[in-house]
Design a protein around this ligand. Structure first.
Ligand code: AMP
Length: 304
C-alpha cells in the first residue's frame, strides 16, 4: 500500500546529554517515510540542496522509499540545530536555516496524486495546503506542525486544520495552539478546530487519542536507553500511518493499534542519533515491542 509523505529533509546538528552529532540526516519527511517503510511503500516529496550527501539519498532509496518526488536544487539543504537538556521532552532550537525550503513549492508527481494516505510532515502550513490542492480525494490526511509555525503562520495553520483527518502534535504545541494549559481541554478544543482525531504525544509519558466519540490513552514504552528524541514525532506518524494504510477497514480499534505502532516506532527512533537505530531495526523487533506494549497496558480483566 502506498503513502504520500511530504515534509522537511534536513541536516541536523543535535546535542543531548548523551552525545552530539553534526549535520546528520534528519527532517520530518525523512523520519516519517523511513518509519513508514516498515509497513508500506512511502512516496517522498521534498527538497534538498546540491550539498546533500549522496549516501543519504542511497539510504532512502535502498529502504525502499520512492524518491521520485525529491527535488535536488542548487543551494543549501535545510538545516536545524538544537539541543536537549535532561528533560528530553523539550527540544530547544538554536538555529533554523530554511535555505532551499525558502522558495520551495511542492510539486506532487502525477503518479502520486491518487495516493489515499497522506502525511503532511512539519513544514510551512502554506506548503502543506498547497500539497492538498494537488492530491485527489485522499482517504486519510494526517498533519503535524511545531511551535515555529504556530508562532509564525497561525492563520495558514487554521486553514490547514479544517482539512486534516488527524492532527499529530506534542503536548507543548497542543497547549500553544489551543491556548489551553489543560491537555484534555486542549485536545477537545483542537477537535473543534477541524480534525476528526487529535493525537497528543507526551514523550516519555505516552500519547492521547481524542475523537468526538472516544478517548484513548497509551503509556510510553519504558525505555532506559534514550539518546536523542529528534524525530520521535515523525517516526510515530510514519508508524501510525504506515500501519493504517495496510488495514482493510479503519475503525476505532485500528486507530488504537496504529497509536501503538506509532509509539513502537518512536521508541526505537530515540535509541540512537539520527536514523541510526531505525537503520538497524528488524521487523521482528517491531512485533515483539508491539506485544510488550500490549502487555504493559492491558488490564481488561481488572474490571470490577
Ligand atoms: P520531531 O519528530 O518533532 O522531533 O522533528 C524532528 C525534525 O524536525 C528534525 O529532524 C528537524 O530537521 C525538523 N525540523 C525542525 N524544525 C523544523 C521546521 N521549522 N520546519 C520543518 N522541519 C523542522
Amino acid at each position: 500500500m502506498a503513502v504520500l509523505v511530504v515534509g522537511s529533509i534536513a541536516l541536523d546538528s543535535v546535542k543531548t546529554p548523551f552525545g552530539e552529532v553534526k549535520e546528520v540526516l534528519g527532517g520530518s519527511a525523512t523520519f516519517a517515510s523511513y518509519a513508514a517503510s516498515f509497513f508500506c511503500l512511502p512516496h517522498l516529496v521534498g527538497v534538498v540542496g546540491n550539498d546533500f550527501p549522496k549516501e543519504y539519498i542511497n539510504l532512502l532509496k535502498e529502504k525502499p522509499i520512492d524518491i521520485k518526488g525529491l527535488e535536488i536544487i542548487a543551494g543549501e539543504t535545510f538545516r536545524w540545530k538544537g539541543y536537549y537538556d535532561f528533560d528530553l521532552n523539550t527540544a530547544n532550537t538554536v538555529k533554523t536555516e530554511l535555505n532551499v525550503f525558502e522558495n520551495f513549492r511542492p510539486r506532487i508527481p502525477e503518479e502520486y496524486r491518487k495516493i489515499k494516505y497522506v502525511f503532511l510532515g512539519n513544514i510551512d502550513p502554506e506548503l502543506q495546503l498547497e500539497v492538498l490542492k494537488q492530491v485527489d480525494k485522499p482517504e486519510l490526511v494526517i498533519g503535524d506542525t511545531m511551535n515555529f509555525w504556530i508562532t509564525n503562520k497561525r492563520k495558514a495553520l487554521g486553514k490547514l486544520l479544517k482539512k486534516l483527518n488527524v492532527l499529530v502534535i506534542n503536548d507543548a504545541e497542543a497547549r500553544q495552539l489551543s491556548e489551553e494549559p489543560n491537555l484534555i481541554k486542549a485536545g477537545k478544543k483542537l477537535l473543534s478546530s477541524g480534525p476528526g482525531y487529535i493525537i497528543i504525544k507526551k514523550g516519555e509519558h505516552g500519547a492521547l487519542l481524542f475523537s468526538e466519540t472516544s478517548f484513548f490513552s497509551l503509556p510510553a514504552y519504558p525505555l532506559e536507553c534514550l539518546y536523542d528524541p529528534t524525530g520521535a514525532g515523525d517516526s510515530f506518524a510514519g508508524g501510525f500511518l504506515g500501519y493504517l494504510a495496510g488495514v482493510k477497514k479503519i475503525g476505532r480499534n485500528q486507530f488504537r493499534k496504529a497509536l501503538v505502532f506509532g509509539s513502537v516506532m518512536a521508541s526505537f527512533s530515540v535509541e540512537d542519533f539520527s536514523l541510526n537505530r531505525l537503520k538497524r531495526l528488524r521487523q521482528e523487533e517491531i512485533t515483539q515491542r508491539y506485544n510488550e506494549f500490549v502487555a504493559i497496558s492491558h488490564f481488561e480483566n481488572f474490571k470490577l
